[in-house]
Write a protein that binds this ligand. Structure first.
Ligand code: AMP
Length: 116
């Protein structure tokens, strides 16, 4: 069997993390190296390696992750201005190969600049 991903290890408690929310389908943690004052990771329990590997069966799960991003933006008070980022593949900056959404806020975002 394949080794557990870093995020699976966090989800089973093998590696500590600041868990902000969890439900049957996903876990939300604080990013260990925040790129903005608010930087959360929304991680599905299902270990999909990257967005491109999700299939039609994952449609509801993907919708759920965005709904949770929205809820967490409200809960953390950044719902007026936030950014949701998914890095897909090493060439796009993905370093942990377990799908996750970055939720970023409390930062001045530059128009037309999609970097963190
Ligand atoms: P990506 O580069 O899109 O794959 O994002 C991976 C993210 O995981 C990065 O923003 C890292 O800072 C974050 N990260 C790595 N290790 C940990 C950890 N142990 N706890 C929380 N976040 C982590």
């Amino acid at each position: 069997m394949a080794d557990k991903t870093l995020f699976e290890k966090i989800m089973v408690g093998d590696i500590p993390a600041d868990i902000m929310y969890e439900d049957e389908y996903c876990v939300v943690i604080k990013d260990a190296v925040p790129q903005a004052p608010t930087h959360l990771l929304i991680i599905p329990r299902k270990p999909i390696s990257m967005l491109a590997k999700a299939d039609l069966d994952d449609k509801e799960l993907l919708g759920h992750l965005l709904t949770v991003a929205n809820d967490m933006a409200k809960k953390t008070g950044i719902d007026e201005a936030f950014r949701v980022v998914i890095n897909n593949g090493a060439g796009a900056g993905q370093t942990v190969f377990h799908l996750h959404l970055h939720l970023l806020g409390n930062k001045k975002f530059v128009e037309n600049n999609l970097s963190f």
